[in-house]
Ligand binder design. Structure first.
Ligand SMILES: O=C(O)c1ccccc1N[C@@H]1O[C@H](COP(=O)(O)O)[C@@H](O)[C@H]1O
Length: 210
C-alpha cells in the first residue's frame, strides 16, 4: 500500500502554493490555538486563487460545534480533524451537523490499541500523535515507534486509515517507513524559520521515494 502524505500547518499563500505542488495527498490548516493558526477568510482566498487539487483538512482542538460549523461554512475543507479530547458522541454529532469526513487524533499511550478500536468505529481516519509537556499537536517530538506495526494491524482490523504524526522529518522518516504506516502527517519537519520549505519537502519526498 502506498503511504499517504499529509502536510499540516499551512500558514500563508506561499505555503499553500508550495504544498499544492508537493506530493501530499492532504493539506491541513490549523483553526485551533497555535502559532500556526490561520484565518478562515484568508484560507478561502488562497483556495479561490490557486484551486484545490488536494483534499483539505481543518484542524480543531475541543472546538464547539458552532465554531466548526462557522469554518466549514466558509472554507471548502473535506475533512474535520479533531485534535483534542473530543468524545465518540461529539464526533458523531459533528458528522451529523457538518457532513464531512472526520479524522480523530489520538495521543500515543499504553492504551492506544483500545483507543484505536474505540474511535476507529466512528472516525474515517486516525492520527496517532505525541504528547509533550502537556502539549498535544505540533510538538515536533516523535513518540517511540515500536508499536506502529500493532497500531496498523488494529486499524486494518476495523478498515480504517491510520496516520503517524509527531516530529517526523527527513532525518527519521526512513526508520518510520520500515514500519509501514498507512500515512504520515508532518508540520514542523517541513518548515524552516516558520515557513514551509521547498528544500525540506524535496528531501523528505526523496527519502519516501513515492
Ligand atoms: O501544528 C500545530 O500547531 C497544531 C496545533 C494544534 C493541534 C494540532 C496541530 N498540528 C498537528 O500536529 C501534528 C504534527 O506536528 P509536528 O510534525 O510534530 O510539528 C499533525 O497531526 C498536525 O495536524
Amino acid at each position: 500500500m502506498t503511504v499517504q502524505i499529509k502536510y499540516c500547518g499551512c500558514q500563508s499563500e506561499d505555503d499553500y502554493k508550495l504544498l499544492i505542488e508537493s506530493k501530499a495527498d492532504l493539506i491541513g490548516f490549523i483553526f485551533a490555538k497555535s502559532k500556526r493558526k490561520v484565518d478562515p477568510t484568508e484560507v478561502s482566498s488562497w483556495i479561490e486563487k490557486y484551486g484545490k487539487p488536494k483534499k483539505l483538512v481543518g484542524v480543531f482542538q475541543n472546538a464547539t460545534l458552532q465554531q466548526i460549523k462557522d469554518v466549514v461554512n466558509s472554507v471548502p475543507i473535506d475533512i474535520i480533524q479533531c485534535h483534542g479530547t473530543e468524545s465518540v458522541d461529539q464526533l458523531k454529532e459533528i458528522r451529523v451537523h457538518c457532513n464531512k469526513e472526520i479524522y480523530k487524533a489520538l495521543p500515543f499511550s499504553e492504551s492506544i490499541i483500545k483507543e484505536i478500536e474505540l474511535y476507529g468505529k466512528v472516525a474515517d481516519g486516525l492520527i496517532i500523535d505525541s504528547v509533550s509537556q502537556g502539549q498535544f499537536g505540533g510538538t515536533g517530538i516523535p513518540f517511540s515507534w515500536e508499536e506502529v506495526p500493532n497500531m496498523m494491524k488494529a486499524s486494518d482490523g476495523i478498515g480504517i486509515t491510520c496516520f503517524i504524526a509527531g516530529g517526523i522529518k527527513s532525518e527519521n522518516v526512513s526508520e518510520l517507513m520500515k514500519l509501514h504506516p498507512h500515512g504520515i502527517d508532518l508540520s514542523g519537519g517541513i518548515e524552516e524559520n516558520g515557513k514551509k520549505s521547498v528544500q525540506r519537502i524535496e528531501t523528505l519526498e526523496r527519502m519516501i521515494m513515492r
